[in-house]
Design a protein around this ligand. Structure first.
Ligand code: BG6
Length: 521
């Protein structure tokens, strides 16, 4: 039999049984390419992009011919760039650091000083790029990665476009734009106009790293590769859905970005709405990037706009005060270094959302995310309706809990379903059990490896399309305006770091006679 979980439920564990498919599912290495990273001296390049490339080499997923040209406004040369990259990689890979493999990688790393506002920089970059393409026999197969603050996106896109680098006559020219894609509807439209002047939609890869998580991709597999769930995946059988993305981290060293951004722009407009779309969309006719994104946009269009008086009712915004996380004292948001001591930026939000269509009419979606909560966890829980007739009411204490299907995005990735069984013993009594599938292995590829492979191979499935971005800004821009108004700021609630969020967020769901799934910690 199984083990007993903390909640007193029996747990039945399941393992992956399809090892024989591994060969078939193997990823393939892309063809030759040259990658130009803007922001090469920054955190993202050092912590994510270069280690991801290194892991792809280790996994045999890099072609024989490729190079990486880093660009930034630091006065570095190839050697400085390589030394910095090596320093990071040896601490990141620790004992699995393979010096010989690193050396062969390092010999393909190059660096060029560039000032995004100076057209001459782009002419220099082009010369260097063309030289490296010849030397490394890659041809004009180019991946441009914008690992820079958002204010540099447009000058860089223009610089590349004016040098003719967006053209893909004899190869490809793909551009990766990191989030945030704008900070409201107008700025997103401006950015889009600049991109569209030089690049076609098929060349643009708008990053949402949540889509690269295996467990997020698994939502579609789970829903559409199993016949038993779709018939009950609708308002007839589902009472409500909760999506929680909780973090224990605070703003870390990103106050400059976060204090003008806040949780709605940072997490809801993108990651959480992507989770919502994957949970609620209709099945596309095939697993094709555009068909999938067509279905997602239908969901976004069906999301009911926030009413002007939502704040304090169906929207709760919160900010953390000092508290403790895993026994360690942590400062309140306003005391974090670089944060305005009167900041009214929200680090937490709970929203009640409706998807007004045939499938979801009347089903509330409770969405919640915050920094400095009690535990790091991201999950989607689907709460089914009560049985139509409670014939067992006399056999349980306090009502019968309804079935809950939980898709755990992270950590402890997996899926569980709670249901009722007869408790062992003589008396006729009910007891809840949990049927649990857990991915037992840690994932071999992180999100960044996967998205790099996809942009090199021209697969846009895990990237966000223009219409989806714009529609989400249409939904969130009025809400942000209301949150940032003088009246809106007064509605900011507070929660202790290490807690499960503000009391007011509990009220939001309790008013409907429901409870949040515990975050734990
Ligand atoms: C990023 C946000 O997009 O996602 C961060 O900017 C947040 O603020 C992060 O911490 C969360 O990602 P993950 O993969 O750790 O859940």
């Amino acid at each position: 039999m199984g083990e007993t979980s903390g909640s007193g439920e029996e747990t039945l564990r399941a393992n992956v049984i399809a090892e024989e498919f591994t060969e078939f599912c193997k990823l393939e290495a892309p063809g030759p390419f040259g990658m130009l990273i803007f922001g090469a001296s920054g955190d993202l390049t050092r912590r994510k992009l270069l280690p991801a490339l290194m892991r792809l080499i280790q996994s045999g997923l890099m072609p024989g011919d490729f190079f990486v040209l880093g660009a930034s406004n630091e006065a570095w040369d190839d050697q400085t760039f390589r030394a910095r990259a090596r320093e990071q990689a040896s601490s990141e890979f620790e004992e699995s650091f393979d010096a010989a493999l690193w050396e062969s990688f390092e010999s393909r790393l190059f660096y060029e000083y560039a000032d995004a506002g100076n057209p001459e920089s782009f002419a220099m970059l082009k010369r260097r790029l063309l030289g490296l393409e010849q030397e490394h026999r890659t041809g004009p197969k180019r991946l441009f990665y914008l690992a820079v603050p958002p204010q540099l996106f447009e000058p860089i896109i223009e610089g590349l476009g004016n040098e003719g680098l967006a053209s893909q006559d004899h190869g490809f020219s793909h551009i990766v734009v990191e989030k945030p894609f704008g900070r409201d509807l107008q700025s997103a439209k401006d950015l889009e106009d600049t991109l569209a002047r030089y690049f076609r939609e098929t060349q643009i890869y708008r990053m949402d790293h949540y889509l690269a998580k295996e467990t997020v991709q698994n939502i579609l597999m789970f829903r559409f590769a199993n016949a038993i769930f779709d018939p009950i995946w609708n308002q007839k059988h589902i009472d409500h859905v909760q999506i929680t993305v909780a973090e224990t981290l605070g703003v870390e060293n990103r106050a400059g970005y976060y204090d003008s951004t806040g949780i709605i722009r940072d997490m809801f407009q993108n990651h959480i709405f992507q989770l919502l779309a994957l949970t609620t969309m209709e099945p596309p006719s095939s697993f094709d990037a555009d068909l999938i994104r067509d279905e997602k946009i239908k969901v976004f269009r069906a999301v009911r706009p926030f009413a002007p008086d939502s704040l304090g009712k169906s929207v709760i915004a919160g900010q953390y005060t000092q508290g403790s996380i895993k026994g360690k004292k942590v400062p309140g948001y306003r005391d974090e270094s670089g944060v305005d001591s009167n900041s009214t930026i929200a680090t937490f939000a709970a929203l009640k959302v409706h998807v007004d269509n045939w499938r979801w009419n009347g089903v509330p979606f409770y969405l919640r995310s915050g920094k400095r909560l009690s535990k790091r966890m991201a999950e989607i829980s689907v709460h089914f309706r009560e049985v139509p007739h409670m014939m067992f009411l006399q056999n349980v204490e306090g009502g019968i809990p309804t079935n809950v299907l939980t898709m755990r995005v992270q950590p402890d990735e997996g899926i569980s379903l709670s249901f009722q069984t007869k408790a062992q013993g003589t008396k006729l009594c009910l007891s809840p059990v949990l049927m649990d599938f857990a991915y037992e292995k840690s994932f071999s590829l992180s999100g960044y490896e996967r998205v790099l492979l996809d942009c090199l191979q021209g697969d846009q499935t895990l990237f966000v399309r223009n219409d989806g971005v714009m529609r989400n800004w249409e939904i969130f821009t009025p809400l942000l305006q209301s949150m940032e108004s003088e009246n809106g700021k007064k509605r900011l609630c507070f929660y202790e770091a290490g807690s499960e969020g503000p009391e007011e967020a509990d009220e939001l769901i309790r008013r409907d006679g429901r409870e949040w799934q515990p975050i734990g910690g």
